[in-house]
Write a protein that binds this ligand. Sequence first.
Ligand code: ADP
Length: 471
Amino acid sequence: MEIIHVSAECYPVAKAGGLGDVVGALPKYQCKAGHIAKVVMPMYRTKFLYENEWTVDFKGSANLGNWYFDYTIIKEATNKLGFDLFLVDINGLLDRQKIYGYDDDSERFTAFQIATVSWMSSWEHQPDIVHCHDHHTGLIPFMMQYCYDFARLNRVPTVFTIHNAQYQGWMGWDKSRYIPRWDLWKRGMMDWADNINPLASGVKCASKVTTVSWSYMDELRYNSNGLEKLFEYERGKCVGILNGIDNEVWNPANDQYLSEHFSVKDVAKGKQKNKEALCKQFSLDPEKPLFVFIGRLVGEKAADILPDAVMSSIHNTQGNANFLILGSGDTNVEWQFQQMVEPFKGMFNAVIGYDETLSHIMYAGADFLLMPSRVEPCGLNQMYAMRYGTVPIVRSTGGLQDTVVDMGDPDGFGIRFNNASIFDVDYSIGRAVAVYQDKTQMEKMRKHMMQIDHSWESTVDQYTEVYAGLG
Ligand code: ADP
């Protein structure tokens, strides 16, 4: 099967979160399983672009409303990622360093989608599946079906995967002029609550909709930032498929970012070495349990309660725990963490920013990973933590609920709680500090979770089944 993934992110080209990890791994494992999977994404000006070889694959032009633009499609020349990677260049819109966060993001991603569909409709053959990811590509199923210029593609099945339904790409109807000539009777297929809603449009128009865990699929019908009724109505074509992790990138035995490697056999020793290096770097105490948080400092991740929860735990454990934070986002939360560094020196530290290398070292060196998320469609961090023998402490929601078993249950290896509250986080940290003293139990949990199979190999088959049902 030829599968064209279209996405705003793909690791290691450009990544802001889990979307990047998934689109960097799923196509690779689909190719290994015998499919022809390809990725199309915007040509941001990232390091990966400058450090690799490219060939020009296509040059075309299209319209964004009255604006006539040229686009160029370049292809990575060496199959470095294990799949064909195509970047779409549009001068003035996509030639930026960051992925998101510009005032003209609507224009940027709409033009990207138009260029991608326009390019695909120029092919002599047709792909078997066009697989779109999140709202940045949510208008593609609409365009393929209802834009007159792309009529050649209107029978190609589309799959739309929701990695995060909180962001929907809303645009006013005045921007409908951007969409190339379309069947005006189909206005409702782009509309939600009197706006153009690319995420809702993807759900309405795609042949099949998937999201990244079973529990999140259920939750969307009750909590999806205004789209609850849509998910209820469309439930027949929606399916939850738990994300995998790329075991080649995330492997403590040969992780390129670690200087001390370890496996399930020497986990205690290996983790301690990584922890010592980490504690030295951040003035922490390697004898005490190390709790880390890695992620976006936003409300979805309940980052707002973390500063108080950490201070409360430092107090309640009488300083018998270390904390290290890596993340960026809400400036107020960033500020609070920065203010805590000096007064809690020796037991707390924070790195405000994005650091791929440090994140790997933290998964390896930490004893516990905190994830109090209010919303967590799948969550990859807890799966990386498990692979590195780090006990996840998670709120029971979305993919966290589907992947973490509380240590009080048979074969449990993690800590779960119900509320994104200071009390619940603090209480759970108390449980963790207690179990940390029990070396036998810690060893048992680490070994158990490191051997859980979250590889893409098993997940790929579930996507193949979805595609096969659309042929
Ligand atoms: P989301 O996509 O909602 O941000 P996920 O758990 O699905 O959350 O994926 C987060 C990914 O981003 C993980 O690979 C995590 O390690 C990485 N990540 C998040 N924040 C940072 C950061 N500040 N530095 C390095 N990696 C980060």
